[in-house]
Design a protein around this ligand. Structure first.
Ligand code: PLP
Length: 412
């Protein structure tokens, strides 16, 4: 009945064979992993790198490793690798801490760079941590938060141009996978004298970001989704070089000091991007992230994007062909679709659990979204079709209505 889709999947997988990086990952047999937008899969080199860091570096070389294994420099060194992936020239990215902490830092720094301006724009559909952290910073610096979706921002900014200190948006909506116009909103912010701050959690490693070209001021992102750095991987922060001198770190930890080992009683920030550092970095996690990023060696993010678009396009088409009445909320337009396909359904949670029982790992986002994350390096068009067929069987067999799925796990 749907044999044409098998043929198409085979053709597309042949066409895109050059960007199939599955051999660079460890994935369990029998699992179709559509949750790389939550926790990326395990890259092959990570286990050995972490073992070496534990056994030889920590276990044998002990405290010398801060120098001999360059632990101290890891945040900036790994930052340079991330910089290439997000379109930043060297010297503007450091890695460490969490996205939430990094967001706190860039919001505070932005407020200090735009004294006297009292508004900040944020998307009401932002990932909650972004809004929570923003509300705390706003209370501290005296900002009023205006909830304006990113596509309305240019119009809003044109009207309120003297008041807006910053726009604080996500590049890709975490629920729908909608890609916002990062360059356009950044220009509109600048025209209004405001700064442009972006959360790249759902775009770093999935699509070209081109931070420098777009003139972005400050940005953050996590290491555990499309960068595959592992659970709790360190986050990153980007400070455009023109702002380095005025970037005031609200968390004045000693690792951001110009001379940490001078042990001076006064804080004096480092001249370079390491002024964004805080305290002692999570070295084991940094080692894991650094090893994970080798997946991108010799890989152009544009080629990852081309593969991802083909996969998500095919996934959308297969859903629409095979699942009667399916409600796909991710944009049909390639330019507006990130690396996931979201489906709305009133029994979304049951669907995610029933798919999981069949070896298809996706995730649920309240209130009614099944997120099918498509981490292009390790997925194929055949995987897309397999997932859709499993969904058809779940729905036909009413497996998603199993009472066992009425109770939600702690992490959905
Ligand atoms: C857009 C976005 N920002 C932030 C976070 C999480 O922040 P943290 O790394 O501090 O947990 C997520 C997590 O999924 C996210 O999707």
């Amino acid at each position: 009945m749907s044999g044409h889709l098998d043929l198409r999947a085979t053709e597309l997988d042949l066409e895109h064979a050059g960007t199939d990086l599955r051999s660079r990952f460890v994935l369990p047999d029998g699992v179709t992993y559509l949750d790389g937008n939550s926790l990326g899969a395990l890259p092959v080199g990570v286990e050995g790198a972490v073992r070496d860091a534990v056994v030889r570096q920590w276990g044998h070389d002990l405290v010398d490793s801060w120098n001999t294994h360059a632990w101290w420099d890891a945040p900036a060194r790994v930052g340079e690798v991330v910089a290439r992936i997000v379109g930043a020239a060297p010297g503007q990215v450091v890695v460490g801490d969490t996205t939430s902490l990094r967001w706190y830092q860039v919001l505070h720094a932005a407020a200090a760079m735009r004294p006297g301006r009292r508004l900040v724009l944020a998307d009401p559909a932002s990932f909650p941590t972004d809004l929570y952290v923003l509300s705390g910073v706003a209370a501290q610096v005296g900002w009023t938060v205006e909830l304006v979706p990113p596509d309305d921002a240019p119009r809003y900014l044109a009207k309120r141009d003297v008041d807006v200190a910053a726009v604080a948006y996500s590049h890709v909506d975490y629920r729908t996978g909608r890609v916002w116009d990062l360059p356009g909103v950044t220009v509109a912010a600048h025209d209004a004298g405001a700064l442009a701050l972006w959360d790249l959690c759902h775009s770093a490693g999935a699509l070209p970001v081109r931070l420098d070209d777009a003139g972005v001021d400050l940005a953050v992102g996590c290491g555990y989704k499309y960068l595959n750095g592992g659970p709790g991987a360190p986050a990153f922060v980007y400070v455009a070089s023109r702002h380095l001198g005025s970037f005031e770190n609200p968390v004045r930890g000693w690792h951001g000091h110009a001379e940490p080992f001078a042990m001076a009683p006064e804080y004096a920030p480092a001249a370079d991007v390491t002024r964004a550092r805080t305290g002692t970095p999570h070295i084991l996690s940094l080692v894991a992230l650094e090893a994970a990023l080798r997946v991108f060696e010799g890989v152009d993010v544009a080629s990852v994007r081309a593969r991802s678009l083909s996969l998500t396009r095919f996934l959308r088409d297969a859903l629409e062909d095979l699942v009667p009445g399916v409600d796909v909320t991710s944009p049909a337009d390639d330019a507006q679709r990130g690396s996931q396909v979201a489906v709305r359904h009133e029994a979304a949670y049951g669907i995610v659990r029933a798919l999981h029982a069949r070896g298809v790992v996706a995730d649920f986002r309240t209130p009614d979204v099944v997120r099918l994350g498509v981490a292009a390096p390790y997925l194929t068009h055949a995987d897309m079709l397999h997932a859709v067929r499993q969904l058809v069987e779940v729905l036909e067999g009413r497996e998603h209505l199993d009472p066992a799925y009425a109770v939600r796990a702690k992490v959905t």
